[in-house]
Design a protein around this ligand. Structure first.
Ligand code: PSU
Ligand code: MN
Length: 300
């Protein structure tokens, strides 16, 4: 039964009814993570990549208070270009709806809405987590991953974060993390965050098996994090220098709360003259492809 508070795109509606594989995609990366006009181009390319694997893309966002699961072209255009699109996490959803605001959804809000919509697989760039130097600033992504059973494909957590702290929180919340063909936890812009993973998986089939066997153990709450490293990472020294500069500028400018992540990503993209942007785009494309393969695998 489809949730009547959600507005499904034509293709997602058809795919849900036919139990065809679907991949949820977040929209904060479109509105707050990538610059215009690449943001819309990338959003469209990512959807095409999902379709090419035989799955249906369901980019999730809110337009004038209405939750869209799958964005028709005019809706995507507004999320990518309107200046008043806010960044919405789970707690913002009812407020955004009642005020009829337009919002892009974070990993947290997207995984929540994906689950509500009956979608099991989700692709993003890098997860939110514990912020460096401000360990009380923990992304609500962590809570949403604890509460929503979706397979989330990512390139680890964003390297601007406290990776060690984030991995500890994932453990506390009993959120399983597996490396896809790697035993190193990827570092978003970097192949290796410097932390080892307990488990590596080699195949889509292995991911399906793990996902399905959760039911035997009565685990039906948390997500499963599948971490895939980017193929062409940033140079480590350059990355670390940028991070230092970005964190210092954020502190100097008094950037706090949900503005921190978009500020740092934009700083990276600007100061690296597009190098980090190219890596970020590769990440989201590769993760969407793998997510689509997982969704297809689960439906077989
Ligand atoms: N991954 C990217 N770019 C992004 C994000 C993830 O490659 O912009 C977004 C996601 O929507 C994630 C959010 O949920 O950043 C985390 O923000 P915060 O740290 O404020 O929770
Ligand atoms: Mn935060």
């Amino acid at each position: 039964m489809q949730n009547t508070n959600l507005k499904f795109s034509e293709e997602v509606s058809v795919a849900l009814a036919a139990k065809k594989p679907i991949v949820a995609l977040e929209s904060t990366i479109i509105s707050h993570g990538l610059p215009r006009p690449q943001n819309k181009e990338v959003a469209l390319e990512v959807e095409a990549i999902v379709r090419a694997q035989g799955a249906t893309p369901a980019t999730i966002a809110i337009l004038e208070g209405e939750v869209h699961i799958g964005l028709e072209p005019n809706v995507l255009d507004r999320i990518a270009n309107d200046l008043d699109v806010v960044k919405a996490s789970v707690r913002d959803l009812p407020i955004v709806k009642s005020k009829k605001l337009s919002a892009a959804t974070t990993v947290a809000a997207t995984s929540h809405l994906a689950h509500l919509a009956g979608i099991e697989v989700f692709a993003t760039g890098g997860l939110g987590g514990v912020h460096r130097g401000h360990t009380y600033d923990e992304s609500a992504d962590l809570i949403a991953l604890k509460d929503n059973p979706v397979i989330i494909v990512c390139a680890g957590v964003k390297s601007i974060l406290d990776v060690a702290g984030t991995l500890e929180r994932l453990e506390t919340f009993s959120i399983p993390v597996v490396g896809y063909q790697t035993n190193q936890f990827p570092g978003f812009y970097l192949v290796d965050s410097g932390f080892k993973l307990d488990y590596q998986v080699e195949t889509i089939n292995e991911i399906s098996k793990i996902w399905n066997s959760r039911k035997e153990f009565g685990i039906n709450q948390t997500s499963l994090v599948v971490a895939q490293p980017v193929k062409k990472p940033m140079d480590l020294a350059k990355h670390d220098a940028l991070l230092e500069g970005g964190l210092a500028l954020a502190a100097k400018n008094g950037i706090t709360g949900k503005a921190v992540t978009p500020f740092l990503l934009e700083y990276f993209h600007r100061e690296s003259k597009g190098e980090s942007l190219a890596v970020n785009i590769e990440i989201i494309k590769a993760n969407s492809k793998l997510a689509a393969q997982i969704a297809v695998g689960l439906s077989n």
